[in-house]
Write a protein that binds this ligand. Structure first.
Ligand code: GFB
Length: 325
């Protein structure tokens, strides 16, 4: 990717990460972990992984033992129980417990194994529901959370504080990044549990294939969201691992947002759906807006490379090929 600042950084020696590092990516089969694996491998690193069958990341003693055996130069914690607005509000127990368990075992296990560097990935939903926009990292803990994802957000906030605590108490150069709403190849396209972008791709595609003239989406269509292609997140993470060493989390977003109604128009156009779009206002809207202030990240020289429409078209093509539709 010519002109990508992450790659320029990757070519410069860093005191925080060796040039050819051995990096354990927890959650390497997920949307984020698979993008990170592609990116870190392309940068010349060796990515170490364990499948879910080989290692249950909720099992703290086993996780610590595996990390001790592997002795990676860095750990990236991309494993998480994630889902869209409905999954979050239907299964809060799983969202808080599984995420807390994974974080406790991976971060503590990495430190016990002497892993010198760690990147924890959170989410933009950690910020207060009505935070001033664009949301700066300083908004954390400044007000009540959005109820539809409070359990997930609290688990992620605990992860940030856990990472900060290792830095404060032991001087460990562990860091956190907070991505905005992500999308890309390898996402979850299940209509009930997915995030909005894959849900829309699938709904419009199926309506067109079945010659239906209406698609019904959730909520009012007025909430605003910011979408970042997961490959752009991966380039930001590669940069942060080499160049960022501070207590505060770093927001990762593209800097612009749009309404769900506007997003639906783009996805309809990409998928070729020309029918009506209805809105089921019985379904939740969630937070009205969560546009991230990304000045901390852009000050390091990072810029996103994938325009939204191009990213949606590529994601649609990838899903069609993978699903055989
Ligand atoms: O992506 P999404 O599920 O999650 O929904 P959040 C974003 C917006 O799209 C909401 C609307 O206003 C939804 O009501 N929407 C419209 C739809 N149609 C659909 C549909 O068919 N499926 C889905 N899923 N949404 C999540 C949090 O919040 O964002 C997580 O619950 C996490 O914790 C994630 O932080 C990034 O953006 O509202």
């Amino acid at each position: 990717m010519p002109g990508c600042p992450g790659i320029i950084q990757a070519m410069t020696a860093s005191p925080l990460l060796p040039d050819r590092a051995r990096i354990f990516v927890a959650g390497h089969r997920g949307l984020v972990g698979s993008a990170l694996t592609r990116r870190l491998t392309a940068d010349g690193h060796e990515v170490l992984t364990r499948t879910r069958d080989e290692l249950d990341l909720r099992d703290a003693p086993r996780t610590a033992a595996v990390l001790k055996e592997l002795r990676p130069d860095a750990v990236v914690l991309a494993a998480a129980k994630v889902g869209g607005i409905l999954a979050n509000s239907t299964y809060p127990v799983q969202f808080i417990e599984e995420n807390l368990q994974i974080q406790l075992s991976v971060v503590a296990g990495a430190h016990a194994a002497g892993v010198p560097r760690l990147l924890f990935l959170g989410s933009s939903c950690i910020y207060p529901k009505l935070a001033p926009q664009p949301i700066s990292e300083d908004a954390l803990l400044g007000g009540p959370l959005e109820p539809t994802n409070r359990a997930y957000a609290l688990a992620k906030i605990a992860g940030i504080v856990q990472v900060q605590s290792y830095r404060q108490q032991y001087g460990a150069p562990y860091i956190s990044a907070m991505p905005t709403n992500l999308y890309g190849p390898g996402d979850n396209f299940d209509p009930q549990t997915s995030h909005v972008l894959p849900a829309l791709i699938r709904k419009f595609h199926e309506a067109r294939a079945e010659r239906r003239d209406e698609v019904v989406l959730w909520g009012s269509g007025t909430p605003r969201r910011e979408f970042l292609h997961v490959d752009d997140l991966a380039s930001a993470c590669a940069l942060l691992l080499r160049a960022y060493d501070a207590d505060e989390p770093v927001n990762v977003g593209c800097g612009t947002d749009l309404t769900i109604r506007e997003l639906a128009a783009v996805v309809a156009e990409v998928t070729g759906f020309t029918g009506r779009i209805g809105w089921d206002t019985g379904k939740p809207d969630g937070t009205p807006r969560k546009l991230l202030d990304v000045s901390r990240l852009t000050a390091l020289g990072w810029r996103p490379a994938i325009p939204l429409r191009d990213g949606i078209a590529a994601t649609y093509a990838h899903w069609r090929a993978a699903a055989g539709v």
